[in-house]
Ligand binder design. Structure first.
Ligand code: SDX
Length: 433
């Protein structure tokens, strides 16, 4: 818990003054503690979308939206993306510090040995239509994990919380890959313990029993970097959903399923799929002005997916790194002149100069370039958000564990500004007009 600052905030209301404690943060804005406001002043605060509300204490991720900075446990994302790898970042997010060799090896072994799913789960997939969106399948299968792993659903048992955490991080790639295989009518491919995390996901998605499959190291490195960049992001919509579900004591698998459901929305994790579809719809550089015009038009519901962010009012630092990866992957594939990359770069250049985007401080976010890489790796657009969910599972789990360990934690239960009818008497249908 951060120390309460000496000064406080004074609220003057209806002729009375209320002193509200101010807590300092180790980085970023101080917070005004309003926990007793309703009790003392009989008023609620009002903040639709929680634009100015801190919902919790957290030491996992810090975002400086004004300056486009992102820290995982204090380490800048661009340093981790270039020097670390996903499972090391998972360890950092879960336990707070970078592991030594022995700790990392133990963690990687524990995760690797939990990558298979219960064989009965295969039958659950058979109940879906082949054209089901992989996010629909992931929602259902992850939620069903609590029907299989009863020995890791007691959230009050630290050991069960740890086992559930490892199981969730280990199995989410297998579940996502199985959803992909099911959608294309190919047999499921089992995980392999002699592959690293990203390589395992690639072989589960793209290998077939009919021939040997060799993972391309450029591809697995690019995918591992995408996993790292999407691992956590403070109290975003899906993480807040996981925390809220967890605050009732729901089991971790149900909480992650709730997070997957929220991430699916096009305003959130679904933006990477929507963004690539828009880039394809634009098709050529000469059609960009037409779409910029639509994005500027408030009467047009069209938004330029992959642009804008609730917190970043500067360049999303993840977008910078992903843009480099997109160049590397397409350069390696010899498709650097791919029209879609040209459209993306020209769209970014124009948008960053456009007064509407400048005035509203709309910059490319993490979803703007990720779809270009994922498509180059061979994934269909329907797999983009499942890959985001796969990456974010460690962040959801780390935040869920932190929430449960927080001494001031209680069930999340916001209030409302009621705008409905006052009390009125029931009227029998025979007396109604
Ligand atoms: C993610 O929160 C996180 O951390 C999320 C995330 C994570 O890692 O978890 O970073 C991942 O979700 C990234 C964002 C992906 N979404 C998109 O790319 C979808 C397109 N972007 C927008 O929908 C929007 O920018 C949001 C949802 C991301 C943020 O919306 P806000 O903060 O609620 O801001 P807003 O919608 O109020 O927009 C402010 C203004 C509005 O205009 P006015 O009403 O003031 O006239 O900017 C406009 C918006 O119309 N605007 C856009 C726009 N985004 C905002 N106009 C055109 N195109 C856009 N993309």
């Amino acid at each position: 818990m951060t120390k309460v600052k000496s000064e406080s905030a004074t609220l003057s209301l209806k002729g009375k003054s209320f002193e509200l404690p101010v807590h300092s943060s180790s980085l970023g804005p101080d917070v005004i503690d309003i926990r007793n406001l309703y009790r003392d002043a009989n008023v609620f605060t009002y903040d639709p979308g929680y634009t100015s509300t801190a919902s919790c204490d957290s030491s996992i991720t810090f975002i400086d939206g004004e300056n486009g900075k992102l820290l995982y446990r204090g380490y800048p994302i661009e340093q981790l993306a270039r020097a670390s790898h996903y499972l090391e970042v998972c360890y950092l997010l879960l336990y707070g510090d970078l592991p030594n060799r022995e700790q990392l090896e133990d963690f990687e072994t524990r995760v690797t040995r939990h990558t298979m799913v219960h064989e009965q789960l295969l039958f659950l997939y058979r109940g879906f239509r082949r054209d089901a969106h992989p996010m629909a399948i992931a929602c259902g299968v992850v939620g069903a994990l609590s029907a299989f792993y009863h020995d890791s659903t007691d959230v009050n048992d630290p050991l069960q919380r740890e086992i559930a955490s490892i199981r969730m991080i280990a199995k989410i790639p297998t579940i996502a890959a199985m959803a992909y295989k099911y959608s294309i009518g190919q047999p499921f491919v089992y995980p392999r313990n002699d592959h690293d995390y990203a390589s395992n996901f690639l072989q589960m998605c793209f290998s077939v029993p009919a021939e040997d499959y060799r993972v391309n190291s450029v591809m697995s490195r690019a995918l591992d970097r995408i996993f790292m960049l999407h691992a956590d992001h403070e109290q975003n919509a899906s993480t807040s959903t996981v925390r809220l579900a967890g605050s009732s004591g729901a089991n971790p698998f149900a909480c992650v399923a709730a997070g997957i459901a929220c991430l699916w929305g096009p305003a959130h994790g679904g933006a990477n799929q929507a963004c690539l579809e828009i880039l394809k719809e634009i098709g050529t550089v000469d059609r960009i002005p037409e779409y910029i015009k639509r994005a500027r038009d408030r009467s047009d519901p069209f938004r330029l997916m992959g642009f804008g962010h609730r917190v970043y009012k500067n360049y999303d630092p993840r977008a910078q790194v992903i843009k480099e990866s997109a160049d590397e992957v397409l350069d390696y594939l010899g498709t650097k002149d791919k029209p879609i990359l040209k459209v993306a770069k020209e769209l970014e250049r124009i948008a960053l100069q456009d007064d509407y985007f400048v005035e509203k401080r709309l910059y490319p976010n993490v979803d703007f370039y990720s779809g270009i890489i994922l498509e180059a790796l061979g994934f269909p657009t329907s797999m983009f958000t499942p890959i985001f969910a796969l990456s974010r599972t460690v962040g959801w789990i780390a935040q869920w564990k932190e929430m449960l360990a927080d001494p001031v934690q209680k069930i999340g239960r916001p209030r409302q500004r009621y705008t409905g009818m006052s009390t009125r008497e029931y009227v029998r249908i025979s007396d109604r007009p």
